[in-house]
Ligand binder design. Structure first.
Ligand code: NAG
Ligand code: CU
Length: 128
């Protein structure tokens, strides 16, 4: 076997290993991180932000906001629709909250008075 043939085989092997790593990497990359509201953050009229995006369970939503004025409550469908926060709702208020999506429907609203109902600080997301 010539020297050239050996290095060609090595190159092929290296390429195969690289491709396998890429495939494995893609699998781990399935859970994505989303900045809610993009550059605007968790803010007024964010309700349309999920439109056109597809989410899977385990994806992480990052809610960025000024905690003096806003917070994030994890609610159910009724809470989302009526802009009310069940007493057992999980509340986040760090201003930089990372919340993983559960499979199925996920509902988040701002629990500050009027923010959900009047400012549209609410999102509904279906995670596959
Ligand atoms: C927000 O939280 C993320 C994840 O916990 C962290 O990596 C990032 O540094 C935080 N950003 C700020 C501005 O605190
Ligand atoms: Cu708010």
């Amino acid at each position: 076997m010539s020297q050239g043939r050996v290095s060609a085989n090595l190159a092929v092997a290296a390429t195969v290993v690289m491709l396998l790593c890429l495939i494995a990497g893609a699998k781990y990359a399935e859970a994505a991180t989303y900045m809610v509201g993009d550059a605007n953050g968790w803010s007024a009229n964010v309700a349309n932000w999920p439109k056109g995006k597809s989410f899977v369970a385990g994806d992480v939503l990052v809610f960025k906001y000024n905690p003096t004025f806003h917070n994030v409550a994890v609610v159910d469908q009724a809470g989302y629709t009526s802009c009310s926060v069940p007493s057992d709702a999980k509340l986040f208020n760090s201003g930089n909250d990372s919340i993983p999506l559960s499979k199925g429907q996920n509902f988040f609203i701002c629990a500050k008075p009027g923010h959900c109902a009047r400012l549209g600080m609410k999102i509904a997301i279906n995670a596959a």
